[in-house]
Design a protein around this ligand. Sequence first.
Ligand SMILES: Cc1cc2nc3c(=O)[nH]c(=O)nc-3n(C[C@H](O)[C@H](O)[C@H](O)COP(=O)(O)O)c2cc1C
Length: 212
Amino acid sequence: MTGRLPILKSGATLAAIAAICTSLVALTYHYTADRIAANDKALLEQSLQPALSDLFFDSGVSESRLVVAPPHELPGDDEALIYRIYAQGKPVAALFVVTAKDGFAGPIRILLGVDMQGVVTGIRILQHRETPGLGDKIVSRRSDWVHQFPGHSIHDPGVEDWAIRRDGGQFDQLTGASVTPRAVVKAMRDTLLYFEAHQEEIFAAPATEDAT
Ligand SMILES: Cc1cc2nc3c(=O)[nH]c(=O)nc-3n(C[C@H](O)[C@H](O)[C@H](O)COP(=O)(O)O)c2cc1C
């Protein structure tokens, strides 16, 4: 019996330490959750900014998010996101997060900004697995490739010309890598067409609640 006492004591001590640690984690979470959420929102708004170029817009972009579950008419088979952008309460642009399915090495997640006239404000690549030195030049840190799009709309140069030069279109491909830019340009074209067809309903829809 006496031999068991130290084991019981150690067990009780360990249980007490575990309970204290769990309480500390819960307390820390409780007191920092709001600040973390605010930081996440600020970070999100910062990361969306490059696709909006110098457009002035109201804060609170994350609250305007629409989650478009598949199947949908936007590029990609996964969930698409749409952020409605306002300036002084008036719609000025939409930011789309969509997926170009047919990249060289897999899907390419794209952030595309479009103003209310359907003109591209910017595009950034959020995720990809394209080859370094070839397909990865779609990333703004690697080349200027994405900078050819702002200012263009589905009517400039026209739907048929929303393709890479190799395919008879207006946009530059990358040297030795046509597959990646072809996929991205196609996804951009399809997103611009979607925006033109659905602009009104996009801005009328209620924001998607965060799942908690
Ligand atoms: C190892 C390897 C990696 C490649 N990575 C890519 C890539 O990331 N993106 C791409 O478009 N093409 C890539 N290519 C080239 C494609 O296979 C294809 O030849 C090219 O996209 C066609 O472009 P072009 O018509 O301009 O030659 C890669 C080829 C090899 C051998």
